[in-house]
Design a protein. Structure first.
Length: 247
């Protein structure tokens, strides 16, 4: 019976692909583009705060504050890719980056409501990075981190990390795209994972951790467990042999 070794559980190992003990990590992740059901936090500021009050709902007024307040005070992207913004009405944001949405909202406000002298400032953020983790992890569930960037190891650590029986060499990332969902694979035991476009997670990602094959067939997780199992089997066989011989 095989056991789980360090090569199975240690993250980001150098498997002979790194030169001079260093790795040039290229930024492969593209700017996130807003999807249906995303919730945006939009804050408008100007010299005259009374003029922008209508655009800034009081966060937590309906939910009592806390992490869920943006569900009520934020702007949800509907099935058509639109948000309903005060005065401006519906604005299509589907497929736009956060920076592009900021520029678009500011431009429309200046065209329809403000003057250039208002010194308008618009800030747009996602209402947290929401993702799902399931499988061989410490705690399956849906999590939200209030950060702009989260890598997959941080996301898994937040979910209790991968169990010793989890397959770190083939972690699945289910990612949403405008034309549907796609499944991607990433080997977290290889340092080259840091160069993967799936190393940094995106909102609504689903991370699936499969069990190692040795767990599926019931083998021990460690050498000690394997030896104990073998010893138990041998003990039973010996006892059976002597009982049968004495009959």
């Amino acid at each position: 019976m095989s056991c789980i070794t360090n090569k199975d559980v240690v993250y980001l190992q150098d498997k002979g692909t790194v030169v001079n003990d260093s790795l040039s990590v290229k930024e492969l992740s593209k700017p996130y583009r807003v999807q249906v059901n995303d919730i945006l936090s939009i804050n408008v500021k100007a010299l005259d705060e009374e003029l922008v009050a209508i655009f800034n709902p009081i966060e937590g007024a309906e939910s009592g504050g806390g992490e869920g307040s943006l569900y009520f005070s934020g702007f949800t992207v509907d099935l058509h890719g639109n948000i309903k913004f005060p005065v401006l009405g519906e604005i299509n944001v589907l497929g736009f980056t956060i920076d592009e949405i900021e520029r678009r909202v500011k431009k429309e406000l200046l065209n329809q409501y403000f003057k250039e002298t208002a010194e308008l400032f618009v800030r747009v953020k996602l209402s947290g990075l929401r993702y799902t983790v399931t499988g061989e992890v410490g705690g399956s569930g849906v999590y939200t981190l209030f950060q702009d960037r989260v890598n997959i190891i941080e996301a898994l650590a937040n979910a209790g990390d991968i169990a010793q029986t989890g397959d770190r060499k083939d972690v699945l990332v289910v990612r949403q795209y405008p034309d549907g969902q796609k499944i991607h694979h990433i080997d977290l035991t290889d340092i080259r994972a840091m160069q993967s476009p799936f190393y940094y997670i995106q909102p609504n990602d689903i991370i699936l951790v499969k069990p190692l094959k040795r767990k599926v067939i019931g083998a021990g997780q460690t050498v000690t467990q394997n030896l104990t199992t073998i010893a138990s089997i041998l003990s039973v066989l010996v006892s059976t042999y002597f009982l049968t011989k004495n009959l």
